[in-house]
Design a binder for this molecule. Structure first.
Ligand code: PSU
Ligand code: MN
Length: 344
């Protein structure tokens, strides 16, 4: 039975030629022997989420968290026209110094341009999923925070986890649906995030994920689909998974079936860090109003909204929020390790 399943779990879909793809030795070795304990991390958090140099410190902290759990972090980005799977400290420092690296935001449609022009860039969830699919990584944690530096000596980190994109509230007019959702529909990857932000239309996002055939579950005590700031929303996830072992078993059968579609595990924000939903709704409304007023469209819209919201919300302390950012990475590492255990 095992030998029959092995090829599928090891399957890679490497169409991108090596000229464009560089995998770190450690990750390549792990994937070559079929290890599932590699956790992908996205890089728009570094390039479009936080100011320098906090972005670098934070990326290193998340990688450390994955290692502490016993898994291997694979931060994915485009550096000098190559897709890198597993960034060195030098790479992270270069990419994070955005005055030097001048990074663009890379989703599916941006890859060819970025590679041909030898640019640097942070990969979105969609962009990161493409790289995962190519190299055979099956677990991916989104997670991060939006930082808002004050003029004091202390940096306040705000209550904003990064997450997947989705269907925007004004979709009827704007047609704005993140490419993340389509990519989730055809990537053999389990994404761990804190749900989707309520800047989006959560109900339509869940519908769209259903159409795309993405398995969606809340990992926690109830079915309520988390909305980042709050542990739950008025929307229900189709499934609830009680722990990371159950999650790993589902990932395994999903991969064995060869469905070629993705899974989304939504992890509610720990109670202590949740925000007041009414206050958030007020701030979101204001941000949406400004975006329409300024006619912010396309790939600029999500970063604009997130930045506006970060600016308008009240801050939490650095230490508590770094604890928060690590939560998704921890859960993802646990799922990756349990998946590894199940298949060996
Ligand atoms: N939503 C968040 N935080 C984020 C993003 C989305 O709450 O950081 C980022 C992610 O990198 C995501 C991308 O993949 O924005 C989606 O952008 P768009 O909506 O333009 O597809
Ligand atoms: Mn969009």
């Amino acid at each position: 039975m095992f030998s029959k399943q092995l090829p599928r779990l090891l399957s890679r879909n490497r169409n991108i030629c090596s000229q464009f793809l560089q995998i770190s030795e450690e990750i390549n070795e792990a994937l070559t022997v079929g290890k599932q304990s590699v956790v992908a991390l996205e890089s728009t958090i570094i390039t479009h989420g936080m100011p320098y140099p906090t972005n670098i410190q934070c990326a290193l902290e998340v990688e450390k968290q994955v290692r502490t759990q016993g898994a291997i972090p694979a931060t994915i980005a485009v550096i000098n026209g190559r897709i890198k799977v597993g960034l060195s400290k030098n790479d992270l420092e270069f990419l994070g110094d955005t005055d030097r690296s001048r990074p663009i935001k890379i989703s599916r449609r941006d890859f060819a341009y970025a590679l041909a022009e030898k640019l640097n860039g942070g990969t979105t969830v969609a962009g990161t999923l493409i790289a995962c699919q190519q190299v055979g990584i099956h677990v991916f944690a989104t997670g991060g925070l939006f930082f808002f530096p004050l003029t004091f000596t202390y940096t306040i980190i705000l209550c904003h986890l990064k997450g997947i994109g989705g269907v925007h509230r004004d979709v009827n007019d704007s047609f704005d649906i993140s490419a993340d959702l389509n990519e989730l529909g055809h990537s053999n990857v389990a994404v761990i995030s804190s749900g989707v932000k309520s800047i989006l239309d959560i109900s339509k996002t869940l519908e769209y994920l259903e159409t795309q055939g993405v398995f969606v579950a809340t990992l926690g005590e109830n079915h309520g689909f988390p909305a980042f700031y709050s542990r739950s929303s008025s929307h229900q996830a189709p499934y609830r998974v009680q722990d990371t072992y159950q999650a790993a078993k589902i990932v395994k059968s999903h991969l064995d079936l060869g469905l070629n579609s993705g899974l989304l595990f939504a992890v509610p924000v720990p109670e202590a860090y949740a925000c007041d939903p009414e206050k958030m709704e007020f701030i979101i409304q204001e941000a949406l109003r400004k975006a329409s007023e300024k006619d912010i469209k396309g790939k600029a819209r999500t970063p604009f909204l997130l930045e506006e919201i970060a600016r308008a919300s009240s801050g939490n302390s650095l230490e508590t929020n770094v604890a928060l950012i690590k939560n998704n990475a921890k859960v993802a590492s646990e799922i990756a390790l349990k998946l590894q255990e199940i298949i060996t």
